[in-house]
Design a binder for this molecule. Structure first.
Ligand SMILES: [Mg+2]
Length: 204
């Protein structure tokens, strides 16, 4: 069986920068962008949201009451999701793998607002066979629970999965399950390793 290729999203296919959202949200509230960054990343709020323990509306409500943000939920959604930039060589790698007939999956710690934004703005995101998203399963990488979901959804285990992620702790859980893994340090190295695995050989 040829391996299914499992892609992390953030810093693998899409770069992101929360400071952009922090600036835009802070501009309509009473915290500085720095205070807002500390509030979002320094408390369990985002973690709880990405673990699926609160809805987008509840997350928005918590941001409003803590920061004085005065935009609508729609405005908040547009701002909060607008932190991404595609990593061109990786998006191209994904489409090459698709052309060669490989199954591909997205495996991400993320949230509903981010995914809604990505789905609407990046055509490549609709081209995967499946999506394993933390908030839909109440578990975050590197919790093994979410890796079991990958195995169930892909119908594969061990060396039939090739997993790319930029975080060593996430990769480690995959490797411990016998998956083939690539720690993404830069797109060029990842693409070189995919070539070494033989996935880009021959016509396709
Ligand atoms: Mg990542």
């Amino acid at each position: 069986m040829s391996p299914a290729v499992v892609f992390d999203l953030g810093k693998v296919l899409l770069d992101f920068d929360y400071s952009i959202a922090a600036r835009n949200i802070a501009a309509r509230g009473k915290m500085t962008p720095e205070e807002l960054g500390v509030f979002i990343l320094g408390t369990s709020l985002l973690l709880d949201y990405e673990t699926g323990l609160m809805t987008s509306k509840e997350f928005y409500g918590r941001i409003c009451s803590a920061t004085g943000y005065c935009g609508s939920l729609e405005e908040f959604a547009a701002t909060f999701g607008d932190i991404f930039a595609p990593i061109g060589p990786m998006v191209e790698l994904h489409s090459q793998l698709r052309r060669r007939g490989f199954s591909t999956y997205v495996f991400s710690n993320t949230n509903d607002l981010a995914i809604r934004f990505v789905r609407k703005n990046y055509a490549f995101f609709s081209q995967f066979d499946g999506y394993i998203l933390s908030y839909e399963h109440r578990a975050m990488k590197p919790d093994a629970t979410l890796y079991e979901v990958v195995e169930r959804i892909t119908g594969r285990q061990g060396r039939d999965l090739l997993y790319i992620d930029d975080r060593p702790e996430n990769i480690a859980t995959g490797a411990a399950r016998g998956w083939q893994v690539i720690l993404q340090e830069c797109p060029e190295r990842t693409i070189g390793q995919i070539r070494e695995f033989g996935l880009l050989d021959g016509p396709g």
